[in-house]
Design a binder for this molecule. Structure first.
Ligand code: SF4
Ligand code: SF4
Length: 261
């Protein structure tokens, strides 16, 4: 999910898709470009992507962040991005690419599921509203667009089992939008608050340890059902993490967590 910051959506490359428009595409091992798209990528990972990948690899979120990602601070952005680190070989292949295809296919990131469609969150300044926009833009070498299967956004999402990924990505994108304002009070994203917020979003095992083994639950009242689930459910932990970031940094209260008096 990207932010689309433009007054003119027609400036963006690719064909913009409405909910009802169709596109033609099919990827399979028989295409001459098989696996060509899984290399030399700027592959941004959302918090839910990290949960699925670390579960697939049976490692902790800490290990995953350490071994597989680069943390990138982009100028003008107030929260770091997490990018999948490509392999240190000539072609800079994805670390999960094998000759037979993707080694983490059931848990591949949202960007890989959506490809060759890109989703964006477009902020319409005139209406002061955010909405989802979608672009069909396969790279030139992608032969899948010359196949015959026809899709809508809905049928493609169902085929790629991307529905829950998209829901989680929209939730995260809405938080990222809050970060258009600098919440750090001068200490920057590398300060103590920044480290805590990063942990709450991306290092879910460390955040669980912190929540369950500190005074956190004495200081904050967590919704009862969520409080039960966070002990073993990474998605519940991420829901709490996102609600906490909103409250802790931006003063936005949700039903998931409130400060105790
Ligand atoms: S480039 Fe397109 S058709 Fe080729 S492997 Fe990638 S997604 Fe499939
Ligand atoms: S995660 Fe899988 S689908 Fe995505 S780039 Fe890597 S190998 Fe390709």
């Amino acid at each position: 999910m990207k932010y689309v910051e433009t007054d003119n959506l027609s400036e963006i490359k690719g064909r913009m898709l409405t909910e009802t428009e169709t596109f033609v595409f099919r990827c399979h091992p028989g295409v001459s470009c098989f696996n060509l798209c899984c290399r030399n990528l700027n592959l941004f990972l959302n918090p839910y992507d990290v949960i699925r990948l670390k579960q697939n690899l049976a490692i902790t979120s800490d290990q995953f962040i350490e071994e597989y990602t680069d943390i990138v601070f982009r100028p003008g952005h107030h929260f770091p991005d997490v990018m999948l680190q490509m392999a240190d070989n000539e072609e800079k292949t994805c670390p999960f690419l094998s000759e037979a295809g993707c080694l983490v296919y059931p848990d591949r990131p949202q960007t890989c599921r959506a490809f060759p469609v890109e989703h964006g969150l477009y902020y319409d300044a005139k209406k002061d509203k955010t909405r989802l926009v979608h672009f069909f833009r396969p790279p030139k070498f992608c032969q899948g667009r010359h196949e015959t299967a026809i899709w809508t956004l809905t049928s493609w999402e169902a085929d790629q089992e991307a529905s829950f990924y998209n829901q989680m990505t929209v939730k995260w994108a809405n938080i990222m939008q809050l970060f258009q304002n600098d919440p750090w009070g001068g200490e920057g994203p590398n300060g103590q608050k920044g480290k805590m917020a990063f942990m709450a979003a991306y290092n879910i095992d460390a955040f669980r340890d912190f929540v369950l083994n500190s005074s956190f639950l004495k200081r904050y009242k967590v919704r009862a059902q969520l409080r039960i689930k966070i002990k073993s459910d990474d998605v519940a932990m991420l829901e709490l993490g996102m609600a906490w970031i909103k409250m802790f940094l931006f003063g936005v209260l949700t039903k998931d967590i409130i400060p105790r008096r």
